[in-house]
Design a protein around this ligand. Structure first.
Ligand SMILES: [Ca+2]
Length: 405
């Protein structure tokens, strides 16, 4: 474990020495900023030496594990961005899941991305993925695909009809794409703006949005633009840059998101039906100097619940911590950081973020962190994101709840 952590750290340092040459929060490649979070986030706490015992590597030698789902029996299903799925059984055996992923366009930030189990997975074995799609080597779109996992977990059968398709793609930059089922059974999809200026505010573009769709691909009748017909009818919220995290707040129907700012202002938002989140880089081809939430242009735009300020930390996956074993962090929102190489824990009072701390168990120990998912037993799964190409430098970690002092 210690050796793996050290390797991850070396890789992160090596990657940081190269410039990605693009403006951005460093999703495709580490940014050039400090790997620590900004003081403006009100951080506190420091690494606790005793915390190391609470971190367990449950999968190694994986390549950009973009998302992880906890199966009802305690097993794990993992998507890897280069276009692979793996399963770890409850007994700890890891094997590849055979699946038709030939069409995945694994370039830039594109590839096999978000993953979510259907609410009835225990009986149906149905799950969904979000992935970039190519034809003849050319990127076509980002789409949500429905799958059925075999009884032995060794293969997945693909449904030929996408749940939703047509999410825009360009080079693969800002492809989104996070998936989350709400308590009412609808599927929420956090998308990226494809680094194209008009998408976030274009009502008929599925880029720079969150979408809400039924598992069978139909439009929920109470969607805000249901009467407009597709694709606008899929849109639940607009004005996003690149939604990377979606988390359901326990005991509520509330969905929180995390998204990347350009060279400032990563955001955590509450997703509200029909709302605009104020990103509009359309004044030039793709003008990233505009505010993440432009309330001059859009007075009704929803203000972020938390913003990184400058520098960014590259907020990625998000999950709520649950269970008394987390102490005062029970009910807090955890957000993984790519560039920031850690996890931020945001304590809430109602909807207000009252305190932001770095989680000592993983702080600057494992390089870039991407996905977060809470398990029913209160533990937290975290994936790293340090591979380049299809190298297998990454880990899936399990964190046992540990109350902060
Ligand atoms: Ca915003």
């Amino acid at each position: 474990m210690r050796r793996l952590a050290a390797i991850a750290g070396i890789i992160a340092l090596a990657a940081c020495s190269t410039s990605s040459g693009r403006t951005g929060s460093g999703d495709a490649a580490p940014g050039t900023g400090s790997p620590t979070t900004s003081a403006s986030s009100g951080t506190g706490g420091s690494s606790a030496s005793s915390a190391a015992a609470a971190v367990e590597t449950v999968m190694a030698e994986v390549s950009i594990p973009w998302d992880v789902a906890v199966l009802p029996d305690g097993g794990l299903l993992v998507t890897e961005r280069p276009g692979r799925m793996q399963l770890r059984t409850a007994a700890g055996e890891v094997h590849r899941v055979t699946a038709d992923l030939e069409d995945v366009y694994a370039e830039s930030e594109g590839g096999l991305l978000g993953l979510a189990l259907a609410p009835d997975f225990a009986s149906s074995r149905t799950f969904v993925t979000c992935q970039t799609h190519q034809e003849g080597g050319d990127p076509v779109d980002v789409r949500v695909i429905r799958w059925r996992l075999s009884g032995d977990g060794r293969s997945a059968e693909r449904d030929g009809t996408p749940v939703v398709a047509g999410l825009p793609i360009s080079s693969g930059r800002h492809s989104g794409c996070r998936l989350l089922f709400a308590p009412d059974g609808t599927l929420h999809v956090g998308t990226g703006d494809a680094a194209q200026g008009r998408n976030p505010q274009d009502p008929v573009s599925l880029g720079g949005k969150t979408l809400r769709v039924n598992l069978d691909g139909s439009v929920p009748a109470d969607n805000p633009h249901a009467a407009k017909g597709t694709p606008a009818a899929y849109v639940f919220t607009s004005g996003h840059r690149n939604v990377q995290g979606l988390a359901l707040r326990p005991g509520t129907g509330q969905i929180w998101s995390a998204e990347h700012g350009p060279d400032r202002d990563d955001e955590v938002n509450i997703i509200r039906k029909g709302a605009n989140y104020g990103w509009d880089p359309s004044s030039a081809d793709y003008d990233e100097s505009v505010p993440m939430t432009d309330r001059e242009k859009f007075p009704d735009a929803v203000a972020a619940q938390w913003s990184s300020g400058s520098p960014t930390v590259a907020t990625s996956g998000a999950a709520f911590l649950t269970g008394k074993a987390w102490g005062r962090w029970d009910g807090a929102l955890a957000v993984a950081l790519l560039k920031g190489s850690g996890v931020l824990v945001m304590t809430l009072d109602g909807d207000r973020v009252t305190r932001v701390e770095r989680m000592p168990q993983v702080d600057e120990r494992f390089g870039r962190l991407r996905a977060l998912r809470s398990a029913p037993d209160g533990s937290l799964y975290v994936t790293t994101s340090n591979s380049s190409g299809d190298s297998r430098e990454d880990l899936v970690l399990r964190l046992a709840p540990a109350a902060p002092r």
